[in-house]
Write a protein that binds this ligand. Structure first.
Ligand code: PMP
Length: 390
């Protein structure tokens, strides 16, 4: 049933259709774009391209409406229960979104002696902005203690005991990741919320989850969600920050005084529509099944070591599964060499480091990351190739 649903979706990616001998296994780095997104961008540029927020002619008004309507689309896509109060800001991607929260919003929220909890070995984009914010405040005489949340060996999730020990009465803010870009499991955001209590804002780097699974801000009970357009079937240079209403304005004053990336917004709107029509729940089931196939296949080969959780299920709970990516190493072949060998057989994977921050950053490895266009045949062929390299 899922296979019949997936086939026509795969056919909508022109770049995939044009290269039947290649398997694109690097969607965590950036996603391919389905035809309706490409069409929406072209239609926008050839029919109503204008600046937004000003002008008294139809193209300008249409562009303004596009930007405003896409804010609403983002809220709907994230299951926002209170769209009247929340806000959506368009950014150039996750890195810029996290920096915006860290440098524009967070400093005014913190006082001398406050503590923030941030990830220790997640994407670099989700560490350096928080450290920079603390440095900025320190120069103003406000000392903020940055507590770094470590991983639990073997699960790929944050260490629950360390988390409980790090959080205290002065904890004012938590930055976390939804799906880790190396370990591939979804972090236990519910546990984070339970430990920090209802008041402390939680900011979620959702770069690897939005578009891959239903992301509901109501269920997750988080305060900020940040994601990249280029990883969600839209264009590079687009992305969004969703902010819960209780935090008030997040952007620096200025509003419409800058030109927004209207082309990026047009692409993002089309991408969210496409993902909604495809069904993020089905995309999740499809990619989780493919990733399980790969993880279970790798577990049967001694030559490979899977990073984070070794199985397709996370160690500490049966319900949280490995998401759409697996990172592994060959015990003898270096990751760059393995990447070249795999490309010579038609597989495009990410190799080497993965912009992971901190002391626990993993050395070179190969990451296979999937999206809705990938197929069980691609995974079977990849496993056959990996087996032949043992
Ligand atoms: N966070 C995570 C978890 C990521 O995977 C990435 C992209 N690799 C980023 C942040 C940065 O995203 P961008 O390059 O789109 O700013």
């Amino acid at each position: 049933e899922l296979a019949a649903w997936q086939r026509p979706l795969r056919a909508q990616f022109p770049i995939i259709a044009a290269h039947p001998d290649l398997a694109y296994l690097d969607s965590a780095a950036t996603s391919q774009k389905p035809r309706p997104v490409l069409d929406a961008v072209q239609t926008y540029l050839t029919t109503t391209n204008a600046n937004a927020g000003r002008g008294s002619y139809p193209w300008a008004n249409t562009t303004t409406a596009l930007v405003e309507n896409t804010r609403v689309r983002v809220k709907q896509f994230l299951g926002d229960p209170d769209p009247e109060r929340s806000s959506v800001h368009f950014t150039s991607g996750t890195t810029a979104g996290l920096r915006m929260i860290a440098l524009d919003w967070l400093p005014a929220f913190l006082a001398d002696g406050d503590e923030i909890v941030v990830p220790h070995a997640d994407h670099q984009a989700n560490l350096s902005p928080w450290l920079e914010a603390a440095e900025l405040l320190a120069r103003q005489g406000v000392r903020v203690h940055v507590r770094q949340l470590p991983y639990q060996a073997g699960s790929g999730d944050y260490d629950p005991q360390a988390l409980a020990a790090l959080v205290g009465p002065r904890t004012r803010f938590v930055a976390a990741t939804h799906v880790h870009h190396v370990y591939g499991v979804d972090m236990n955001v519910h546990r984070l919320r339970q430990v920090v209590g209802p008041e402390v804002p939680i900011c979620l780097d959702a770069a690897q989850s939005v578009g891959h699974l239903p992301v509901s801000v109501a269920q997750l009970d988080v305060d900020f969600v940040v994601f990249s357009g280029h990883k969600t079937m839209a264009l590079p240079g687009s992305g969004a920050v969703w902010a819960r209403g209780r935090h008030g304005p997040v952007l620096r004053p200025g509003g419409w005084s800058g030109t927004p990336n209207t082309v990026g917004v047009a692409g993002l709107a089309a991408a969210l529509d496409w993902l909604t029509a495809a069904g993020t729940d089905r995309i999740e089931r499809w990619t989780v099944a493919l990733t399980s196939l790969l993880t279970d296949g790798l577990a049967r080969m001694d030559a490979y070591e899977v990073l984070g959780c070794r199985t397709s299920l996370r160690a500490d709970t049966e319900v949280q599964r490995r998401r759409s990516l697996v990172t592994f190493r060959h015990r003898e072949i270096g990751s760059q060499d393995l990447g070249f060998i795999l490309f010579s057989r038609g597989f495009m994977v990410r190799s080497d480091g993965h912009c992971q921050a901190g002391r626990d950053a993993e050395d070179g490895s190969v990451r296979v990351s999937l999206h809705v266009h990938n197929t069980p045949e691609e995974i079977e062929e990849l496993l056959t190739t990996l087996a032949s390299l043992q």
